[in-house]
Design a protein around this ligand. Structure first.
Ligand code: ADP
Ligand code: MG
Length: 847
């Protein structure tokens, strides 16, 4: 390039080299040195050339190779985001997890010595973005939302879609939408083109199932080039178990950790478990085994433990030729991803600790994020990088697969992999959602093993046999879009004016039946009209970053001064069941019917140790305490318990009344973190309501008065409106064989979504009363039976008002033989043809 006197005073630069526009960067010496170690930095030139020549580029590289932290910097240095360059638009990077967006933006700001106004993040309720922002990290949900306001994404010159291998729902949709944006940006008129430049898309992935992107002609006109970053991965020896433990891989993991810790040279241990209970059980066992006293305040809260190494093992060790063994080795545990799977995988930030809790925002398909666990993980990031374990200790991290690709834990030499993952499964044909612990994929197993080989040769102990691995592990994990209810996504897409969702270029299109089901649901709850076009209610719902049901509840909750209660309810439902569950003696949780007998057997046949006795004692107490919360309702309203969801409201009220006290939570077996999160969410949702619903002046006083009887009934109607398609009718009423019942046990109900009988879950407040005629339920859960959870008693006369399109009205004479029709297109609720009392009439929906 000739020196033409412009400010790019460059004399000799190879073709396409990024130096064509070179933004100076001040990096500290230390950072400079660390960067040089990163594999992506070696490929910077090749990467930038490929980006210059192609509109879409795919970059694959091992976790920890520097993709997330370095790519934005390459672009920045090449002038992206610089108003004077050819690519003045800013650089956007999407992350499936909120915590990654926050921590990565901080790291990049630090590396570039820029402030957080320039390198910023934006997550659902929190942002550091400003007019000066050049590099913006955000969750993929945030970018999806921006698309509905600016379909051309005109303020960006480059979008990096990170962690694409996770195949989160949002990522898949983003890639689909962006393939259209790309085309539109190319097809702009000459005039517009001068303002909006072509967009660069960089898709980054860890493992290598990329053919869905690279070979997908629906997505991109020209198949994108793939750059493989060669990470220096040290060899990891894989050790399979000879036998696969039938159930108890927690104990197996415990043994393995003990062995590693007492026999093998120093090096961190990373254990993969599937969920909170397993993690706490394992940590408890480890703590008992290795009691530890630390004087270091920083580490006191880390459940750190210590053990004297038995001398014979030490000898064995020394004979093995290792000399750096520390006799007083201590083991540190840091429990991360305490609430596991939902976090990490997709619905990232929620405190959803098991199959029991609902997954907040599960359906919004947009920005599934929250603070609670993210704090934990932030804490984790902070501790890991800023406070390495003290000298002479060994770090043992027990995690769910949050540690699989998102975070690189330094210093891990040993990986213990249980081979399982907890996944939310959704049965599209029945609408039943359940959590299933299943084998991971081969790709995941390799990822996990790879975590041991970052800093040196490592070992991976797989707690399953090679035969199981070969025969039962799938090659790759099924993309989320094939596992989740997608109504929230469809609603968002409809709000973005993407009308025919069935033609949308999803990387792997969802099942047509599932799309149809989701559209049906949206019609039922009034978000779409009969022609599947978005209604004004639907548009209002789409402005809430919540699952459509919750949005609807908030929209219609603006009456009888119920809104603060509805906000509390939606917050609680979003966070999930705050009650600590009952535990089996073996540490697994259960509140199934079968549980009782088992417990009694245990008490009678086994000699119980102290711990087991304590478990039983606690369990009984928990039951009593839980009961208290529906008694509260009785005290305030004189009504028998009518709703599990209102029980949540009672807990929230009582907790706030206690001043958010820890003791309250302890005494009542309520998870304090869940309560704090609910508290926070109430504030956030209040803000959203204020922004979204003009003229609504909602003020949330954390200390609410208990709702009046009128309000309680209105709240039940609002809950019913949100779950109007999930009405269940006692079977005998449908059959016309009405009987008198004294117990709910074994009493079956009919619903619209499945032909199977459903039952009141033993954890429900309604379980111990008389079986109600009509209820709405929050979810169905399949174990040995299909259970309804989160149940609310409703009155049939509400149904014509709340779900007219779902009702078939029979003439009075034809009574009493109304039928529940289950024809897919004409699903109907079963109601008696009479209208509710005027005073309960819901006012027209405000938009
Ligand atoms: P990738 O995206 O390819 O997995 P990253 O860019 O996330 O890789 O990480 C590159 C390196 O930077 C890793 O070794 C990681 O441990 C390190 N790193 C990430 N965040 C921080 C931080 N806050 N402080 C120090 N090092 C960090
Ligand atoms: Mg990364």
């Amino acid at each position: 390039i000739e020196n033409n006197g412009s400010k790019n005073n460059i004399t000799h630069v190879p073709k396409h080299a990024k130096k064509a526009f070179n933004v100076p960067v001040k990096r500290s010496q230390e950072i400079q040195l660390t960067r040089m170690e990163l594999p992506v930095c070696e490929d910077e030139q090749a990467i930038m050339e490929t980006i210059n020549e192609n509109s879409v580029v795919i970059i694959c590289g091992e976790t920890g190779s520097g993709k997330t932290t370095q790519l934005p910097q390459f672009l920045y240095e090449a002038g992206f985001g610089n108003p004077e360059s050819d690519n003045p638009g800013i650089i956007g990077i999407t992350q499936p997890r909120r915590v990654a967006a926050m921590s990565m933006s901080k790291r990049v700001a630090q590396e570039l010595s820029l402030d957080d106004q320039r390198v910023s993040y934006q997550i659902r309720y929190d942002a550091t973005v400003s007019s000066k922002t050049v590099i913006k990290f955000m969750t993929d949900g945030v970018l999806l939302r921006e698309l509905s306001g600016d379909f051309l994404l005109s303020k960006y010159s480059a979008i990096i879609i990170d962690e694409a291998h996770e195949r989160s729902l949002n990522t898949d949709i983003l890639i689909g939408v962006i393939s259209r944006v790309l085309r539109l940006r190319k097809e702009l008129s000459e005039e517009d083109k001068s303002k909006i430049k072509p967009l660069k898309i960089i898709i980054m992935s860890a493992t290598l199932r990329i053919s869905d992107f690279t070979q997908n002609r629906r997505l991109f006109d020209i198949l994108p080039p793939v750059i493989n970053v060669n990470a220096r991965q040290y060899p990891v020896s894989i050790h399979f178990n000879k036998r696969t433990p039938r159930i108890d891989y927690v104990t197996e993991a415990f043994r393995k950790v003990c062995k590693i810790h007492t026999r093998l040279p120093r090096g961190g241990i990373l254990v993969f478990m599937t969920g909170q209970n397993e993690i706490s059980t394992l940590c408890k066992k480890l703590r008992n085994k290795f009691p530890y006293i630390s004087s270091d305040r920083t580490h006191r809260n880390r459940a750190a433990i210590k053990e004297e190494t038995p001398i014979d093992e030490l000898n064995e060790y020394i004979h093995g030729g290792h000399s750096d063994r520390n006799v007083d080795c201590e083991i540190e545990e840091l429990v991360i991803g305490e609430n596991d799977q939902d976090y990490l995988d997709h619905y990232d930030d929620f405190d959803t600790d098991s199959e029991d809790s609902i997954t907040e925002f599960e359906n919004d398909g947009l920005d599934n994020e929250y603070g609670l666990l993210s704090q934990l993980r932030l804490l984790f990031v902070e501790i890991e990088f800023d406070h390495p374990p003290p000298e002479g200790t060994r770090l043992c991290v027990v995690a769910t697969n949050v540690a699989e690709t998102s975070l690189t834990i330094p210093g891990v030499t040993y990986v213990v992999d249980c081979g399982k993952v907890k996944e939310r499964c959704y049965n599209a044909s029945t609408g039943v959602q359940s959590y299933v612990i299943d084998w991971i994929s081969k790709a995941s197993a390799d990822q996990r093993a790879g975590r041991a080989g970052r800093t040196g040769p490592g070992h991976c102990y797989r707690l399953y046999s090679s035969a199981v691995f070969n025969d039962q592990f799938q090659q790759f994990t099924v993309p989320e879009i094939h596992r989740t209810p997608i109504e929230g996504v469809i609603l968002q897409m409809k709000a973005m004016n993407i009308d025919t969702v069935s033609n949308f270029p999803f990387p792997t299109p969802p099942d047509r039946d599932q799309l149809k089901k989701a559209e049906t649901l949206l019609r039922y709850i009034g978000a779409l009209n009969e022609n599947s076009q978005i209604t004004s209610l639907g548009r209002a719902m789409a402005t809430f970053p919540l699952t459509p049901r919750f949005s609807k509840m908030l929209i219609i909750g603006q009456q009888h001064e119920c809104l603060p209660y509805v906000i509390a309810i939606v917050s609680a439902l979003s966070v999930g069941d705050p009650f600590i569950k009952d535990y089996h003696i073996d540490g697994t949780d259960s509140d199934d019917e079968s549980d009782k007998g088992e417990l009694e057997d245990y008490v009678q046949t086994k000699e119980l140790n102290e711990i087991q006795k304590e478990v039983i004692f606690k369990k009984e107490r928990r039951k009593l305490m839980r009961k208290k919360f529906y008694d509260v309702q009785k005290r305030h309203s004189g009504l028998d318990p009518t709703s599990d969801i209102l029980k949540f409201l009672n807990v929230v009220g009582a907790y706030e009344y206690s001043g958010g006290s820890e003791k309250f939570c302890e005494d009542n077996f309520v998870r304090i973190k869940a309560m704090q999160e609910i508290h926070k969410l109430r504030g956030q949702i209040t803000n959203i309501v204020q922004t979204n619903c003009q003229g609504v002046d909602v003020y949330v006083d954390p200390k609410m008065k208990p709702p009046s009887a009128i309000q309680l009934e209105a709240l039940r109607q609002i809950i019913a409106a949100g779950f109007i398609d999930q009405v269940a009718i006692r079977k005998d009423l449908v059959d016309g064989t009405t009987k008198a019942f004294s117990s709910t046990r074994g009493i079956s109900y009919s619903t619209m979504w499945t032909d199977e009988d459903v039952f009141i879950h033993p954890s429900s407040v309604l379980y111990h009363g008389k079986p109600p005629d009509f209820v709405v339920f929050q979810e169905l859960q399949r174990t040995n039976k299909v259970w309804m959870k989160g149940i609310t008693i409703i009155k049939p006369e509400w149904l014509p008002k709340l779900g007219k399109s779902l009702c078939v009205f029979s003439k009075p004479k034809e009574l009493p033989a109304p039928k529940l029709r289950r024809n897919d297109d004409e699903m109907t609720a079963y109601v008696t043809p009479c209208f509710g009392p005027k005073s309960w009439e819901l006012p027209p929906i405000k938009v």
